[in-house]
Design a protein around this ligand. Structure first.
Ligand code: ADE
Length: 422
């Protein structure tokens, strides 16, 4: 029995002490978010508003939720992935911050969906979404609830693609802010965050050495760039697979080998997908891999690698370590699947470190404030936060890092604004 009045579905309230330490640890490395929190405590911009957040339940997300609550929001948090929940963090949010949390690491798809329904039953005025499952479920099942909705923010590239489809089909009933589009989100979180946390996930799952291995990354967006860059720095030979000629060219000019996945499977030791698409590594590719290859995904959904299809060619699945399964194939080879094909950085490791989530979640907090401040003035479409917000976040981050930069003199400014040569 839980010793708390706060409603929840979590693993174990007794984990709360460790979770509290972790949340406080994260907040120490989130100076921009702390600064926003200070202002929110004074201004209470979300007083009287109900917030439903559907985000990976990590110590960094917990920090964001405490900031939103400090700003007056009546917040509920549900998991945005069945495997990524940090159970200690969930317990701490319930026990010490009295925030209802619904998420248990390893929950079934049915439980995951029920938790999203709970977030909808909260009748939110504002939504923080990660992957668009919460918003799309509202439009699919209870569109009338959108009448309460001031707007939503979306964390990921995948979620923004889904919102663009909603907007194009005229289904959107409230404005949304695509946080991923902010420069202080995708240039840092996607590149340096994913670059580090994806390799961290592979290391914690399998404890393998990158030096001398061939790592194949499918997708050369900002996440793929980060993974390639960090793997190369650790001594891996990097191969990039792409469908976009411009990105493929960029990867080639960066010095990576670029080829089709059907060729890359013959060479790769470790495969990571970050495309946002489905079956990027399909069954024939998986069957053609070298014996003992490692396969993982860092994209939002678990169908980038066709793990379900691979099961049909598998004679046995052996759990080697907590997030590492050996698939023994009917062709006599083995493939090691990381984190069941779900986000390896969040399932096998802890996601991106707090220092980079600081900027992503500053964008989230300011994105919600933007929607609330502009209530009634926005159209039901996807917005990007103004460039000045990016600049402010970057300035605060630089300050917290003890870095000062030059500014333009009046004369330089005048020169840059002039078209004459003198
Ligand atoms: N996505 C990637 N890393 C994350 C983190 N630490 N918290 C929440 N969402 C994330």
């Amino acid at each position: 029995m839980l010793m708390t009045e706060t409603k929840c579905d979590i693993k174990d309230i007794n984990l709360a002490e460790q979770g509290k330490n972790n949340i406080e640890w994260a907040l120490k490395d989130m100076p921009v978010l702390r600064q926003i929190q200070k202002r929110f405590i004074e201004e209470k911009p979300f007083k009287g508003l109900k917030l439903s957040a559907c985000v990976h339940i990590t110590k960094e997300t917990a920090a964001l939720c405490t900031v939103m609550k400090a700003g007056g929001a009546d917040a509920v948090l549900v998991a945005s992935n069945p495997l990524s929940t940090q159970d200690d963090v969930a317990a701490a949010l319930v026990k010490y911050w009295e925030i209802p949390v619904y998420g248990v690491a390893g929950e079934s798809t049915e439980t995951y969906r029920n938790h999203i329904k709970t977030a909808i039953d909260h009748a939110p005025n504002i939504i923080i979404d990660d992957g668009c499952d919460l918003v799309s479920t509202i439009y699919e099942t209870k569109p009338e609830l959108a009448s309460h909705l001031i707007g939503s923010t979306e964390e990921t590239t995948t979620g923004i693609i889904r919102l663009q489809a909603l907007e194009a089909q005229g289904v959107m009933r409230a404005p949304a802010v695509g946080v991923n589009t902010s420069l202080t989100k995708h240039l840092y979180d996607n590149r340096y965050g994913t670059g580090q946390s994806a390799l961290d996930g592979v290391m914690r799952a399998a404890n393998i050495l990158f030096a001398g291995k061939t790592l194949v990354v499918s997708g050369y967006g900002w996440c793929g760039k980060g993974i390639a860059m960090r793997a190369k720095a650790m001594g891996a030979n990097v191969i990039v697979c792409e469908v976009d000629p411009l990105k493929a060219l960029e990867a080639a000019m960066e010095g990576y080998r670029v080829m089709k996945i059907s060729e890359a499977v013959k060479e790769g030791d470790i495969f990571l997908t970050v495309t946002g698409d489905k079956h990027v590594i399909d069954v024939p590719d998986l069957l053609n891999m070298k014996d003992g290859a490692f396969v993982g995904n860092v994209g939002h959904f678990d169908w980038e690698v066709n793990v379900a299809g691979l099961k049909e060619h598998t004679t046995d699945i052996k759990r080697i370590r907590p997030t590492l399964d050996e698939f023994k194939l009917d062709n006599g080879k083995s493939v090691y699947v990381l984190a069941e094909g779900r986000l390896v950085n969040l399932v096998s490791a802890e996601g991106h470190p707090a220092s980079v989530m600081d900027m992503s979640f500053a964008n989230q907090a300011l994105g919600i404030e933007f929607l609330v401040k502009n209530q009634g003035k926005l159209e039901n479409k996807l917005y990007t936060l103004p460039y000045e917000v990016d600049v402010k976040i970057a300035e605060l981050k630089l300050k917290s890092m003890g870095i000062s930069i030059d500014s333009l003199t009046e004369d330089q400014e005048k020169y840059l604004n002039s078209w004459k040569l003198d």
